[in-house]
Design a protein around this ligand. Structure first.
Ligand code: TYD
Ligand code: MG
Length: 395
């Protein structure tokens, strides 16, 4: 069943499977209720009756939000209730297409120990909703608050029970919201949906690459990398800043990137490209609040660091991808063609990529392909056009 929001459908693996139980987790205030109400609106319009169970907000509050979102409320039944037995009775009587429970932490069952939100209540309520979903073949969407540690009411308890776990993330100061698959019994888990929170709700961001590259400026210390989020290629800006370290060991800080990976890259830069980092603090930042887990970003991180260290931008119009080995070798990564496609689509001129990338004749997308097999070669290629003294040996 399509939920009428393509970004959400994609994260679900193409839509909602009837009878499935889906958990949408996220910190309070991130936008879960907003997104779920928008989903209700579309499903009510396209498919049939929807029940929205609100255990957190009064009907007046939900109504205010609905008005703000332009949700008419037709075919949406609002139930302000936290007693799950009562809720299930209502659901049996209405036979809806979709049920939204906001949030699982407010629900409770008679006969189960603990206050609402306690581990036992959350678990038993989820099990009861799962049973309902399967028996009646009705899909249920659950909102769940995430604790500071990133777990929904106790490590993993809920995740094991439900069919699909999605997380909604975003940075406080940014309007962008990411919905990410964490578990999916029906599809891939590494899909990503991108939204922007505006005055009347969440809107889909189709051209997400433009968000994460902030246009496509090539400042000093900035490199654009085509990463893959599930099946989706995304251009992401990686920034690095090197500054003289004070006394003590130099610091390595990474935002949106694995700090251990950064340590590895710094070591390879030092040993294999003769970059002097031992007296430099290094900060790496992925812009737009994205987290990159792909080794394909290694070479981009390395070149961003070199750019900051040299105080020179890399050649304008270039994107960079490739995995770095400890020997300073640049290794091939998956799906080079999709990465090049996204760069070409957004008007980039060239790409530094692993020489072992297998490409067909027309796969270059009109981009100038700078194939490299080592880090020092990549450094030479990425800064080639503006020449100037470098002091680093090319191989
Ligand atoms: P909400 O959906 O209530 O978050 P959650 O259910 O995850 O706790 O979203 C709350 C935030 O979203 C709130 O700070 C206001 C903002 N917001 C908008 O910017 N525009 C909107 O149209 C709506 C409904 C909320
Ligand atoms: Mg809410």
């Amino acid at each position: 069943m399509s939920l009428g929001i393509a970004e959400f459908d994609r994260v679900l693996g193409g839509g909602l499977v009837p009878g499935s139980l889906v958990l949408l987790g996220g910190e309070p205030g991130i936008g879960k209720s907003t997104l779920l109400l928008q989903v209700c609106s579309h499903v009510a319009r396209d498919h049939g009756t929807v029940v929205y169970v609100s255990g957190e907000e009064s009907p007046q509050q939900v109504r205010l939000r609905a008005e703000r979102l332009g949700v008419s409320g037709e075919r949406i039944l609002l139930l302000a209730e936290t007693d799950l037995d009562a809720i299930l009775q209502h659901l049996e009587a209405t036979a809806p297409m979709l049920v939204v429970v906001d949030s699982i932490q407010t629900m409770s069952l008679d006969g189960v120990t603990g206050a609402p939100g306690s581990l036992s209540q959350v678990r038993e309520c989820t099990v009861a909703l799962m049973r309902f979903a399967k028996q009646r073949t009705v899909s249920v969407l659950l909102a769940g608050h995430v604790t500071k540690e990133g777990a929904i009411a106790g490590p993993g308890t809920l995740e094991h029970i439900v069919d699909v776990v999605l997380y909604m993330e975003g940075e406080r100061h940014s309007a962008y919201r990411l919905v990410r698959g964490v578990k999916n019994r029906f599809g891939s888990t590494d899909e990503l949906g991108v939204f922007e929170m505006v005055a009347n709700g969440l809107v889909e961001v189709e051209n997400a690459s433009l968000v994460f590259t902030g246009g496509k400026g090539h400042a000093i210390g900035s490199v654009i990398v085509p990463v893959l989020e599930g099946s989706r290629p995304l251009l992401v800006e990686i920034q690095a800043l090197t500054t003289p370290a004070g006394f003590g060991p130099p610091r390595r800080v990474a935002n949106g990137f694995d700090v251990n990976r950064l340590l590895l890259i710094a070591a390879v830069l030092t040993k294999r490209a003769r970059m002097r980092l031992s007296d430099q603090d290094v900060i790496v930042n992925v812009t737009g609040g994205l987290r990159i887990a792909e080794p394909a970003a290694d070479l981009g991180v390395a070149l961003a660091i070199v750019s900051s260290l040299r105080d020179r931008p890399i050649t304008p119009g270039l994107v960079v991808f490739g995995e770095l080995g400890l020997g300073g070798e640049v290794r091939g990564v998956s799906q080079p063609v999709r990465r090049l496609g996204e760069a070409g689509r957004l008007g980039f001129a060239g790409c530094v990529l692993p020489s072992e990338s297998k490409l067909g004749a027309s796969d270059g997308q009109g981009l100038q392909l700078l194939k490299v097999s080592s880090l020092s070669q990549a450094v030479a290629r990425a800064f080639e056009r503006d020449g100037g003294p470098s002091g680093e040996p090319a191989d």
